[in-house]
Ligand binder design. Structure first.
Ligand SMILES: NC(=O)c1ccc[n+]([C@@H]2O[C@H](COP(=O)([O-])OP(=O)(O)OC[C@H]3O[C@@H](n4cnc5c(N)ncnc54)[C@H](OP(=O)(O)O)[C@@H]3O)[C@@H](O)[C@H]2O)c1
Length: 354
């Protein structure tokens, strides 16, 4: 048995701003009540990580620390192996391969609330799996709110982290037509995800057609443009917005929009993802059924996280940007733990194949 070291290599961010990011040694954390310690194999960089690192819009600082980030080690999603179990947690065992929302993912060991974690699907690498919780769960929540079965759906921003999952999940949820709005350079990629129609935003306007559901990962169109593009009882599901700066960012505009859209038969849905493990469970099933896969545009080393933030800020990422934290260490899993987190057939294969 390999003993846990006292210190670990981590990306740290003692102050807001990308220039404050560095790699350093930190004490290995301990799992508290209700928590798990994860030996992290992989994480990713998301637009949310950029907001948390820069403290922009300023609203972020109200929630995450006024003077400096509340969590010194950044990174919010991971795939790895359960390494320590806090008191009161009975649903996991040491050595299980898991994925989910964690605190301090850019480090060799990270802490997670046990109810933010699920057994990892085996049909994916750790990197592909680590990409699922934030963007995959946001896409799943958007598809559910969009009520897409049998409907014509357009995904604005189909080549990005959330969008590339939204195209696949909308198809899996029975949309009759899924159109992806992307640039011409990403048209083949989005077609490969299963999109029935490509709308090249450089030469076409998706609001010139009528849709039952708009899943909007970009937020660059006005409410009146979207109203004209939706059928009478159509749904606009707002996942992201183009405005990154200011005191409150897009919040005042989004709030005013929600009020305006209360009237009439069309509806506007805006959400901050709920980190509900139900989404992780469904994503694992969709992966095991071969209906969802993660596309990684690149896999960075821990020392390159700073460059990863720059790439995310550019808004040009295709699929997701992974971060390698430690050597892959999927271990024999004893998943026969009855907790409501029932192992999928694929989870059970971990034990058979290792
Ligand atoms: N509500 C939530 O809980 C939640 C959760 C996760 C993410 N989000 C938000 O959702 C948004 C999307 O996140 P993400 O991870 O998908 O971002 P992302 O991966 O950084 O998005 C980049 C993609 O957007 C495409 N793109 C850029 N401009 C476009 C345009 N005008 N029309 C269509 N596509 C365009 C780019 O393709 P080209 O280079 O070809 O233009 C690129 O592939 C962000 O604002 C994020 O903060 C919200």
């Amino acid at each position: 048995m390999i003993s846990t070291p006292d210190t670990m290599t981590s990306v740290v961010q003692p102050a807001y701003g990308l220039d404050a990011i560095e790699t350093s040694q930190r004490p290995v954390p301990f799992a508290g009540p209700g928590q798990l310690r994860i030996k992290v194999a992989a994480s990713t960089v998301n637009p949310m990580d950029w907001h948390l690192a820069t403290g922009q819009p300023s609203l972020v600082r109200l929630a995450e620390g006024l003077r400096r980030p509340r969590h010194e080690i950044p990174g919010r999603e991971a795939c790895g192996v359960v390494d320590q179990i806090g008191s009161g947690v009975s649903d996991f065992v040491i050595g299980q391969s898991v994925f989910g929302w964690v605190t301090g993912a850019y480090a060799e060991y990270a802490i997670a609330e046990a109810d933010r974690i699920w057994l990892a699907p085996t049909e994916m690498t750790e990197f592909e799996c680590a990409a699922l919780p934030i963007a995959g769960a946001a896409a799943l929540e958007a598809v559910e709110r969009g009520d897409v079965a049998g409907k014509r759906v357009v995904v604005n921003g189909a080549s990005g982290g959330v969008g590339h999952y939204a195209v696949q999940i909308a198809k899996a949820h029975g949309a009759s037509c899924v159109a992806g709005v992307c640039s011409s350079k990403n048209a083949a990629f989005v077609t490969g995800l299963g999109a029935d129609q490509i709308i090249d935003y450089g030469s076409e306007d998706f609001t010139s057609e009528r849709w039952d559901t708009v899943i909007d990962c970009i937020g660059n169109r006005s409410g009146s443009e979207i109203r004209r593009a939706l059928v009478d009882d159509g749904r606009w599901v707002v996942v992201g917005d183009h405005q990154k700066d200011g005191l409150l960012g897009p919040l005042p505009r989004l709030a005013a929009r929600l009020v305006r859209w209360r009237f009439g038969s069309q509806s506007c849905h805006w959400f901050v993802q709920s980190e509900d493990p139900r989404y992780l469970a469904e994503l694992a099933v969709l992966v095991d059924q071969g209906l969802v896969r993660s596309h990684l545009s690149d896999t960075l080393m821990m020392g390159d996280v700073r460059a990863g933030y720059d790439r995310i800020e550019s808004g040009r990422t295709v699929g997701k940007l992974a971060v390698k934290i430690a050597a892959a260490h999927r271990m024999k899993s004893t998943n026969a733990v009855s907790t409501g987190r029932e192992p999928t057939e694929a989870n059970n294969k971990i034990g058979a194949s290792s």
